[in-house]
Write a protein that binds this ligand. Structure first.
Ligand SMILES: NC(=O)C1=CN([C@@H]2O[C@H](COP(=O)(O)OP(=O)(O)OC[C@H]3O[C@@H](n4cnc5c(N)ncnc54)[C@H](O)[C@@H]3O)[C@@H](O)[C@H]2O)C=CC1
Ligand SMILES: CC(C)CC(=O)C(=O)O
Length: 365
C-alpha cells in the first residue's frame, strides 16, 4: 500500500504511529477531516493479520467517523485508532496510559472513546494521562460505556427502516437476524424483545449466543447460516465488509439495519441493495447513538439532552429514505451527500480571517 497516495485520494489529514516497547503498545491514530471540529472516534483493539490490514482499518474507520459526526449534526471531525493486539491477552494498564500520552501530544486534535475490544476501564487509564477521552467511568462525570446509547439509536433507526420497508414502524412479530451479539447488539436485542420481535442470532463467541438465547428466547444459528435465514430485517452487528458480492444475493430480508461500521465492502454494494429493493439504513447514521452520547460529555453530560438527539436518528433516516426515492439513488449515497454538504457549508462559513485565531500572523510580535 502506498500510504500517501491513499491519504491523498481520500483526503486524510494525518496518521500517527505510536509504539511503546515497555507496554507492547502498537497503535495507529488516523485523522481524516477536522473541518467541523476535533476528531472524535473510538479505539479498536484487534488481532490483525498484518500491519497493513490494521492501517487500512484505522483509515476506513476514521473516514466513517467524519461522515458519522457530520450526519449527526455534531461539531466534530473524524478520527479513529486501532491498537494491534488481542484484547483478551495483550492488554495492560501501562499500554493505555502510554496511548493516553500520545493522545495528549495531539493537543485536542483527537478525542477517543471505546470501540470493539476496549472498555470503560481502558478509557479510565487513558484519562490518567489526558482529558481528551470520553466514555470513561460515570463516577468521573462521564456518560460511561456508549453501547447502550448506540443500541437505543439502532432501535429507533430500525423502526424507521421498518416503516420504509413494511409501511409500519412496529417491530412486533418481525423476525430479525442478528450477526454478532456483543455489547451493542445485546442491548439492541433487549429493546427488540420488549417490543415483541423474534430474534435469530449468531456469534463466534458461544457465551454471547447463549446469553441472547437465555435472556430473549432467541434462536441460535451457525455464523455462516445467518445470511440465508428467513427474516424481515438483517442486523449486521459484528465487523465490517459483510455486505458483499457473496452475501447480498443470499439475503432474504427486506431491510438491513445493523451497528457494524463499514458494512458495505465497496460502494457498489449499496447500489446492489438499492437495485434489489432492500431498504439499507446507512451504517454511520443508524449507529451514531454512541458518539452522540459521548460527544455530549464535551458540554457537561446531560442524558436527557443526549437521548433526545439520539431519538432524531429516526427522522434522519426517514429523510435519507425520502431523498433516495426522490432522486433514485441508493441510501448510502443520499447519506454521504447530506454529510458532505454540511462539511462544505461549514468550511465556507469558516473561511473569513480572524485575528485571534491561530494563524501565521499570530506568531509575529
Ligand atoms: N460500541 C459502540 O457503541 C459502537 C459500536 N459500533 C460498531 O458496532 C459493531 C459491534 O460493536 P460492539 O458491540 O461494541 O463490539 P463487540 O466486540 O462487543 O461485539 C461484536 C461481536 O461480534 C462477534 N463477531 C465477530 N466476528 C463475527 C462473525 N464473523 N460472525 C459472528 N459474530 C462475530 C464478536 O464475537 C462479538 O461478540 C462494531 O463494528 C463497532 O465498530 C458502532 C458504533 C458504536
Ligand atoms: C464513541 C464511539 C461509539 C464512537 C465510534 O468510534 C463509533 O461510533 O464507531
Amino acid at each position: 500500500m502506498e500510504l500517501f497516495t491513499y491519504m491523498e485520494e481520500y483526503d486524510y489529514e494525518q496518521v500517527v504511529f505510536c509504539q511503546d516497547k515497555n507496554s507492547g503498545l502498537k497503535a495507529i491514530i488516523a485523522l481524516h477531516d477536522t473541518t467541523l471540529g476535533p476528531a472524535l472516534g473510538g479505539t479498536r483493539m484487534w488481532t490483525y493479520d498484518s500491519e497493513e490490514e490494521a492501517v487500512i482499518d484505522a483509515l476506513r474507520l476514521a473516514k466513517g467517523m467524519t461522515y458519522k459526526n457530520a450526519a449527526a449534526g455534531l461539531n466534530l471531525g473524524g478520527g479513529k485508532t486501532v491498537i494491534i493486539g488481542d484484547p483478551k491477552k495483550d492488554k495492560n494498564p501501562e499500554m493505555f496510559r502510554a496511548f493516553g500520552r500520545y493522545i495528549q501530544g495531539l493537543n485536542g486534535r483527537y478525542i477517543t472513546a471505546e470501540d470493539v475490544g476496549t472498555t470503560e476501564h481502558d478509557m479510565d487509564y487513558i484519562y490518567m494521562e489526558t482529558d481528551y477521552v470520553t466514555g470513561i467511568s460515570p463516577e468521573f462525570g462521564s456518560s460511561g460505556n456508549p453501547s447502550p446509547a448506540t443500541a437505543y439509536g439502532m432501535y429507533r433507526g430500525m423502526k424507521a427502516a421498518a416503516k420504509e420497508a413494511f409501511g409500519t414502524d412496529s417491530l412486533e412479530g418481525k423476525t430479525i437476524a442478528v450477526q454478532g451479539v456483543g455489547n451493542v447488539a445485546y442491548h439492541m436485542c433487549k429493546h427488540l424483545h420488549e417490543e415483541g420481535a423474534k430474534l435469530i442470532v449468531t456469534d463466534i463467541n458461544k457465551e454471547s449466543v447463549d446469553r441472547a438465547v437465555e435472556d430473549f428466547g432467541a434462536q441460535a444459528v451457525d455464523p455462516d447460516d445467518i445470511y440465508t435465514v428467513d427474516c424481515d430485517i438483517y442486523a449486521p452487528c459484528a465487523l465490517g465488509a459483510t455486505l458483499n458480492d457473496e452475501t447480498i444475493p443470499k439475503l432474504k430480508a427486506k431491510a438491513i439495519a445493523g451497528s457494524a461500521n463499514n458494512q458495505l465492502a465497496e460502494h457498489k454494494h449499496g447500489d446492489m441493495l438499492h437495485e434489489a429493493g432492500i431498504v439499507y439504513a446507512p451504517d454511520y447514521v443508524i449507529n451514531s447513538g454512541g458518539v452522540i452520547n459521548v460527544a455530549d460529555e464535551l458540554n457537561g453530560y446531560n442524558k436527557d439532552r443526549a437521548f433526545k438527539q439520539i431519538d432524531a436518528i429516526y427522522d434522519s433516516l426517514s429523510k435519507i429514505f425520502e431523498i433516495s426515492k426522490r432522486d433514485n439513488i441508493s441510501t448510502h449515497i443520499a447519506a454521504d451527500r447530506m454529510a458532505e454538504e454540511r462539511i462544505a457549508s461549514v468550511r465556507r462559513s469558516r473561511s473569513t480571517f480572524l485575528q485571534n485565531e491561530h494563524s501565521i500572523i499570530s506568531r509575529r510580535k
